[in-house]
Design a protein around this ligand. Sequence first.
Ligand code: GLY
Length: 391
Amino acid sequence: MKRMAILLAALLPMLVSCSCKETMDELTDRVFDVAARQSELMAASLGEDQTPKTYEDGKFVTASPSWWCSGFFPGVLWYIYEYNSDPRFKELAVRETAKVENIKYVTDHHDVGFQINCSYGHQYRLTGDEHALDVLRTAARSLTGAFAEEVGCIRSWPFVKKGFSWVYPVIIDNMMNLELLMSVGNMDGDEWLRHVAISHADKTMENHFREDYTCCHLVDYVPETGAVNKKITVQGLADDSAWARGQAWALYGYTMMYEQTEDVKYLHLAQNVGDMIESYLPEDGVPYWDFNDPDIPKAYRDASAAAVMASAYIALDAVADNGKDYLAIAERQLRSLASEEYLAKVGENGHFILKHSVGNLPENAEVDVPLTYADYYFLEALLRYRSAMTE
Ligand code: GLY
């Protein structure tokens, strides 16, 4: 009897802690409840030509549909609709998606992929709408307008920025835009679209990465020859540092390229990048904005990078050939993002879902604020996690 009592006393804390731990299903329900309520409020506060940008100094900041992030809020609404099947969210998603339609004609920068794939891509995926498919097709072909065969990459930006002197800038973020090309290319059997995406991924693999699998932010090419002019950063701490979101884009981009092509060189790069990132993650899995900031552990965290990474790790886990448990890393990140530290309370945070992201610290822009892409990839990751667990 006494022995039984001692055993029970020893087990009790364990039993209590097991029964109290929120399951990932419960966590997902809780986050989507917050997301739905925040997003309805946000949608109600947007004017005709406005898309959400951030919430800074107590003010909700919007941008025009030409801003590179304009596709993310429509995507948030589509993910909520996917989760709850509530027709009100479909209606809002269609309304917000329509705001970015004209971006399908943009031929001189890479963000067309983000803007159209994260909005119309879901409209087509979830509704089969033929008009959405037409928009995707037009946008994919427009995106190739920024591709030069001599370089083998899509040029990220058309402009020369004050203080910088690049000629043909290609940023690691650009890997994310290849999904539009690959999905339309595969659907239509369009070898040109596939060629542009694969060429871009191969050249980026060759020139953006260092021996330790970190990558630089921007490679500037000589347009006539495709030779590397220089490697620099714009949004990171230093030219030779590892800017967290850049590493996240690389992880996501190469995992996606493997899914689209089944070429194992992309998978192996994604795994090496994933392992490198893990080695820099703090205990809660939410990365510092730049892995090399000397102010760590006091440096800013970047929730947007954590959300992109979590989504990518879940996709990588499904295809990895090295036996690593990438899902566990994603779960750690998602649990942190769903905690009070990062998840907004309904009615606060400018109606964004997550707090504490970093947009462009060197320019002192969007530092420690909510950002639409953090919200978008967070919801995507939760849906991916749920389907990974039910497959
Ligand atoms: N340019 C995309 C980003 O800030 O990650």
